[in-house]
Design a protein around this ligand. Structure first.
Ligand SMILES: NC(=O)c1ccc[n+]([C@@H]2O[C@H](COP(=O)([O-])OP(=O)(O)OC[C@H]3O[C@@H](n4cnc5c(N)ncnc54)[C@H](O)[C@@H]3O)[C@@H](O)[C@H]2O)c1
Length: 252
């Protein structure tokens, strides 16, 4: 697909979870739209591989978003390289597949740490920078259809994404006075490795598809289009909301 937008010319954007799936799609489209990109991921080697040759406009940084010191160092590295940050796409995330009774403390905590606490650490570091520098920037958080509905064995994930949706409202409320917008988008089941377990299990796959009126899973580019709209000036009066992008999954 060819996109003709140029909404991000010379904007400095940070994408977490940049090495795969939706984050990789986001970075690719941002570069096409003229942005400078800080590409953050826990998979440092994958980052280097997928973005080889793009280093003139992209800085790969290894980070664990669940660790505040690691996040602070990564955000500082982007500011040092590009001077400031205009837009943060808070995208890093993991899924856990354990039933309520079988979940260990460690499994539950890791999902909440990466998806919810990681979103907070990255947003706080970037928002503090924006407020200090008077930048009227944007944060786009990644929630999920799972913030609205639950499915078997993904309770920690749903809890974390429900938290991201509410954190987005809270952050939008406090940041509006600085001219900073905070939005979120909530993809439905999309074709990335995080959903391999669902898409490769015939029974689970059929159950998911039965509940999607459009009858198919989403493509990464379709989710990315929503995130890029929310992060751009086209969404200049949008803040605090989570845009669900799910082929109708939450209609009934
Ligand atoms: N694919 C879907 O169906 C779907 C639906 C709704 C929401 N989402 C959300 O979209 C986001 C991207 O997921 P995806 O589908 O592209 O999955 P993915 O596994 O392809 O990509 C996630 C990326 O996050 C990185 N990551 C994981 N833990 C990290 C950490 N601690 N620190 C830094 N990076 C880390 C991974 O290395 C990976 O590159 C996630 O927040 C996910 O919850 C995905």
């Amino acid at each position: 697909m060819y996109y003709e937008h140029h909404r991000y010319i010379d904007k400095v954007c940070v994408v977490t979870g940049a090495a795969n799936g939706l984050g990789l799609s986001l970075c690719t489209r941002l570069l096409e739209e003229g942005a400078y990109v800080g590409a953050l991921d826990i998979e440092g080697d994958t980052l280097k591989k997928v973005f080889a040759g793009k280093e003139d406009r992209l800085l790969p940084v290894e980070v664990d978003v669940a660790s505040k010191p690691s996040v602070d160092a990564a955000i500082n590295a982007v500011i040092e390289r590009f001077g400031h940050i205009d837009v943060l796409f808070n995208n890093a995330g993991i899924i856990g597949r354990q039933s309520l009774l079988d979940s260990t403390e460690e499994q539950w905590r890791r999902v909440i740490d990466v998806n919810l606490n990681g979103t907070f650490f990255c947003a706080q570091a970037v928002l503090r920078h924006m407020v200090d520098k008077g930048i009227k920037g944007v944060v786009v958080n990644t929630s999920s259809v799972a913030s609205q509905i639950v499915s078997p064995k993904t309770g920690a994930y749903s809890a974390s994404k429900g938290g991201v949706t509410m954190f987005t409202k809270f952050a939008a409320l406090e940041m509006a006075q600085y001219g900073i917008r905070v939005c979120a988008y909530g993809p439905g089941t999309s074709v990335t490795r995080i959903t391999d377990g669902t898409r490769n299990d015939p029974d689970r796959c059929a159950m998911f598809l039965r509940n999607i009126p459009m009858g198919r899973f989403g493509e990464p580019d379709e989710a990315t289009s929503v995130a890029l709209f929310l992060g751009s000036d086209e969404a200049s009066y949008c803040t605090g909301q989570t845009w669900i992008e799910d082929g109708g999954n939450t209609l009934f």
